[in-house]
Write a protein that binds this ligand. Sequence first.
Ligand code: SAM
Length: 345
Amino acid sequence: MGATRILDRLGRPLTSLRVSVTDRCNLRCQYCMPEQEYVWLPRADILTFEEIDTLVEVFSCLGTDRVRITGGEPLLRKNLPDLIGLLAQKTAIKDLALTTNGVLLADQVSSLRAAGLPRITVSLDTLRADRFEKLTRFKNLDAVLRGLDMAAAAGFDSVKVDTVVIAGVNDDELVAMLEHGRRLAAEVRFIEYMDVGGATRWSMRDVVSRQEMLRRLSAHYGPITPVDDNETSAAPADRFMLPDGTVFGIISSTTEPFCRQCDRSRLTADGLWYRCLYAPSGTDLRGPLRAGVDADGLEALIAETWRARDDRGAEQRLAADDRSPLIPIETLQAQPHLEMHTRGG
Ligand code: SAM
């Protein structure tokens, strides 16, 4: 039984789904959750694992074959390996991965792996304890590094490290991060600082562009060559190779957006479905699911909505004359679904 492949108005398939399992986080990264207080999603609205499983099944019938578990911090969700176990059984899902800040990883890595998780990404922005605390408001760099070490030794198909690069904060650690990744055989991906909802302190001055990252890295390592990567052409990271063969990625959503290839959508922990990180609103899938709409009905709703998609949020932001933080704090407090940590990053 093949999936029905559907395309949006710009010809983009519904290939990749990010599933947020909680909006809660145990860090307060200054580029994502810099405020003191947050409004959380009501607990009763949070999808059960069975509900997530049902929705992923419906998406897979429409061509989704890449699923990434995210949050908030996904490892805060109780019994997460149970969900991994359900999703890992789906033969239609060719690529299952999880993104974590790593704080709780050391304790959970073996059960995640045993449940069938093939790939993991650890978000890590600095290797310096003082900076980690300043950046995240918590003191657990050691725990993250331990979790990452254990992930590197756990036999995953791939371990990646995602680093948001911010001018004057951690942009002097590009080489250190690459060296750390190389020691662990983990591919590092540098992410440009994005003006998404939640990044209330964002300023263009704080963005280190992909060009600038490449300039600095080639000044240190010598010539850097692009990796021609047909297989993952819809992936957000452009990949590059150092003269010694080390491969790394850059996700340049801010200065060189990849909207034209964007095949991603996002399901929040309470079942709202977003077709763009920048979209002001999403589609409620929890309501119909809990009202008893069957798989065919959900499939029809998702297909119809995807076919109407013409979002190009990051490109539109790039074209905007006035680039200040996207959404004011008062609006975020009234509408937590606009937050990056609710949408799943
Ligand atoms: N807690 C998990 C983690 O830390 O990986 C998953 C959720 S987090 C929102 C997903 C990713 O979004 C992280 O790699 C984080 O660094 C990234 N992120 C959050 N705010 C960002 C921003 N303003 N610009 C770029 N990346 C951002």
